[in-house]
Design a protein. Sequence first.
Length: 364
Amino acid sequence: MLPSIPQADPARRFARFLPAIHEAIASCLGSGRYILGPAVERFENDFAEYLGASHCVGVASGTDALLLALQAVGIGPGDEVITVALTAAGTAQAILLCGAQPCFVDVDPLTRCMDPKAAVAAITTRTAAILPVHLYGQPADMSALVEIAKRYGLALIEDCAQAHGAHIAGRKLGTFGQAAAFSLYPTKNLGAPGDAGAVICSDPATATRLRALRSYGWEDGSRISSLTAGNSRLDALHATVLSVLLPHLDEHNQERRHLARAYFSALQDLPFGLPPDDEGAVYHQFALTCEKQEQLRLHLSARGISTAIHYTPPLHLQPAFMGKEQDALPVTESLARTLLSLPIQPEVAWPHLDYIIKSITTWG
Ligand SMILES: *Cc1c(COP(=O)(O)O)cnc(C)c1O
């Protein structure tokens, strides 16, 4: 019988920790504190400590995390923000939502993350920030990007939505810029059973601004609005579930690395482009490049294996983001045409690893 292997399935991760999750939810329901309060503070403190950061502010989604991070460091109308087009829509929507203009630059063909030379070439008098994405959990070239931000006086905001626990020589991603945004969407390496996100920063004044920005502009527990802001709080129920999963994040990422190694050794001599073998990466996705992307996708689908394409069309070719005159992005466009994400969530991929590998190696 044909197996049915989803590309990702968060329900199987929650199932693995179900008794602890049930207990945490029951305790939150009984506590009477559903909005901010101790459950949210506990997750914020634990996640900041895990990352080696000073402050974590829980918010309602990854997109809101990016928006509030940009606003908290002072990005707004008239500003340009340099980012990539090979990413989720939320990255660039956050830039538009704060009133700024995304300026898309090309990526490096090996890391698939922002090409620092392209970032420098895109700097104008309006550039206010650089927003790199650690795509698929692979660290972007932060030593170059930190240096560029410093040299040109730009803010540096990391999009860590796919990089929970990833590091460069032991230093966790999310600690390299003025602020970093995490999505805690169900399928992410650390995910809630619903929408959730977090902003990381080191400066206490930025943290205070972020807390005001997520809750009606109220500062320091007062009920006085000091700035324009909506409601973008992390729910206490989600925070309790995240606190159950956080202690297992490293182990979970290690399982993803083992799966990536298995893919590397099985696929390295075949005509595919593979991601870097990086001990600091957390393999949110394992995406190979294949000239016959659609044929491989259909072949695997016929064998019951779901794959995904992240991301096509790239953002610079989508109507919402076509405001500014934009150069072609040849590497981005070529990757978008050829990338295919295999199953790598451990609960989904482990039981079928040999079958998935055999289905690829015997293709064509
Ligand atoms: C998931 C994701 C986002 C958006 O996060 P949401 O929680 O869905 O709003 C932003 N950037 C990247 C790179 C993502 O993967």
